[in-house]
Design a protein around this ligand. Structure first.
Ligand code: PXP
Length: 247
């Protein structure tokens, strides 16, 4: 274990796409609650779920069911809207990660503009924090956005790893360095850095090796792998790769 590392790199499993498959047929199967229970059984550290404005995957009733069915902490990804704030305050998840949301996007395509939306975000960060919910801001690994997160008093930032995941060769090395530099800067400012988006067996290890990063949130790839090898195996394999990178 690197001396700078948090005790253990946590793995939060985003189970949204179990609900995507369920919703494709409109019934109850496959149930994201069962996915949450499997994640808990195989050593996942948390469940991440994004309640989107259009409810395309996770639905309101799923949140309570997930919370009731596993003791793992729930990390609720939410847009900075009054509706989502009310829902978060009602459900009181362990953590809330504020993400940008555009209805027409297929996934969360970029980081939150924390710098440009300070006035919108400040009361939301405050009210979530007052309710004992650990707030995280999903931002690009950029100085301007990290500065904004510091000004907002967010205890956690999650760095969007999409640019890193999509880059190749030298460009990927540049993106990795950006992540490492911003993670170190976040930690120096008392902010716990997390990372996620587009992480796979093939690209997770360099990110997992960044010593300050405390948590990775991974969804789409794991649920896709689960179709072939089962969720249990997919989570275990990701865990092994993360541990090997950190060890
Ligand atoms: N973290 C956040 C804040 C996200 O919004 C998402 C989903 O876009 C993820 C992590 C997981 O990304 P992926 O599904 O690509 O693993």
């Amino acid at each position: 274990m690197n001396a700078l590392s948090p005790a253990r790199l946590r793995l939060g499993v985003n189970i949204d796409h179990v609900a995507t498959i369920r919703n494709a047929r409109g019934g109850a199967h496959p149930d994201p609650v069962r996915a949450a229970q499997i994640v808990a059984a195989v050593g996942g550290d948390g469940i991440t779920a994004h309640l989107r404005e259009d409810r395309r995957h996770i639905r309101d009733e799923d949140l309570a069911r997930i919370q009731a069915s596993t003791s793992l902490p729930l990390n609720l990804e939410m847009a900075a809207t009054d509706e989502m704030l009310d829902i978060a305050l009602r459900h009181k998840p362990h953590a809330a990660c504020i993400v940008p949301e555009r209805r027409e996007e297929r996934t969360t395509e970029g980081g939150l503009d924390a710098a440009g939306q300070h006035n919108r975000l400040a009361p939301i960060v405050q009210r979530l924090s007052d309710a004992g919910i650990r707030v995280s801001l999903f931002i690009a690994p950029e100085m301007r956005q990290l500065d904004a997160a510091i000004r907002l008093g967010a205890p956690v930032v999650e760095f969007h790893t999409g640019e890193y995941a999509h880059a190749e060769g030298d460009a990927r090395a540049v993106e990795l360095k950006r992540l490492a530099d911003m993670a170190a800067l976040a930690a120096r400012n008392g902010i716990e850095p997390h990372a996620g988006h587009g992480l796979t067996y093939d690209n997770v290890q360099p990110v997992a090796a960044i010593p300050q990063i405390a948590e990775l949130n991974i969804g789409h790839y794991l649920i896709g792998e689960a179709v072939f090898v089962g969720l249990e195996h997919a989570v275990r394999r990701m865990r092994e790769l993360m541990d090997a990178a950190r060890g």
